[in-house]
Design a protein around this ligand. Structure first.
Ligand SMILES: [Fe+2]
Length: 330
């Protein structure tokens, strides 16, 4: 059902929503092609995951103030998210930069809004059991329509930056580039959004996990954690390629570097604590593994898990994208 004056059927993606049950099972996370997915494939992927409730049911939660979302999968070609909605949750107007996307509504109802100049925006409800997809040209706003609505979203290539739109007091439309890891909501205070995002991410921390620092960054590794990372690297085809002691280290008093398929992992000891960084062969930049893990949606609370997640989805393109947005290590 659409409101507003745009009535031509199928004028916006949500008006072309179809049922997803018949598409489930064609493409799953186990048989993804090693390339970006097209619109049909994105629809088949969200249909498959939507039908597999057991794989994400324990991630479902609802919050009027902080829209709940969780990363289900991310690699070099596609990322998949679970989103949970209340009627108060609102993404605000946004685009998906270069990514195409597909949305399957699993429970409840979402409303997709489409901005129009010279007329009221179009609002289309999409009910449970239906899906729609869109290209990188698409600008929309999604809101929860009924309590406890749940949707599965997939994007290809994976989201890195998104555009969020606001109309200023002068009536001029402006675009703000945001990280995909930021929760989309109507633009108010960026500081407030950042606070909310970290609150959501830390809510799942295991009881014994080290608390994040104020900026959401997890502090360094203990000796035991560094040993565990070293052991994991050696058992996962990483080759120890260099060791530096004392003044030869770029920082700290000892640095060890491992390499696998062009990805470099460095452990640095500095004043008794260890730090873990990642780089690529030929690059002159090191990125903190904890920050990479946070950026790609890793939910692991232990260093070995964060190293596994960070290295598992790393390639030159991913590293380039991250190095343009994350702070660099010394
Ligand atoms: Fe969107």
């Amino acid at each position: 059902m659409a409101t507003g004056e745009l009535t031509a059927h199928g004028a916006v993606p949500a008006q072309r929503a179809t049922t997803w049950a018949g598409l489930a099972g064609r493409i799953g996370l186990q048989d993804l092609p090693a390339r970006d997915l097209d619109s049909s494939e994105l629809q088949e992927l969200v249909a498959t995951i939507a039908s597999d409730r057991a794989s994400w049911a324990d991630l479902v939660a609802f919050d009027d103030e902080r829209r709940v979302y969780a990363s289900i999968h991310r690699d070099a070609h596609v990322d998949v998210w679970l989103l949970c909605w209340t009627p108060k949750n609102d993404t605000g107007w946004h685009d998906h930069d270069t990514s195409s996307g597909a949305v399957a509504v699993v429970t409840g109802t979402l409303t997709e809004h489409n901005l129009r100049f010279g007329g009221a925006s179009v609002a289309t409800t999409v009910e449970a059991g239906r899906l729609f997809s869109f290209g990188p040209d698409h600008i929309h706003r999604l809101t929860g329509t009924v309590p406890q609505s749940v949707s599965i979203h997939a994007y290809s290539p994976p989201l890195w930056r998104m555009g969020q739109y606001a109309v200023g007091g002068d009536g001029v439309l402006r675009r703000q580039s945001v990280s995909y890891a930021d929760e989309l909501r109507p633009i108010t205070s960026r500081a407030e959004q950042s606070h909310d995002r970290h609150a959501v991410r830390s809510a799942d921390d295991d009881a014994g996990a080290r608390p994040p620092e104020e900026d959401g960054h997890v502090s360094g590794l203990t000796v035991e954690e560094a040993d565990a990372v070293r052991s994991w690297l050696e058992h996962h085809d990483f080759e120890h390629v260099s060791k530096r002691d004392g003044e030869s280290a770029s920082y700290g008093d000892r640095q060890d570097v491992w390499e696998r398929a062009g990805t470099l992992i460095r452990l640095t000891r500095d004043r008794g604590q260890w730090w873990c960084d990642l780089s690529r062969t030929g690059e002159d930049v090191w990125l903190d593994v904890d920050r990479i893990a946070a950026a790609i949606g890793s939910e692991s609370t232990v260093p070995v898990g964060r190293v596994a997640d960070a290295t598992g989805s790393m390639n030159a393109r991913v590293f380039w994208a991250l190095s343009s947005t994350l702070d660099h290590s010394p």
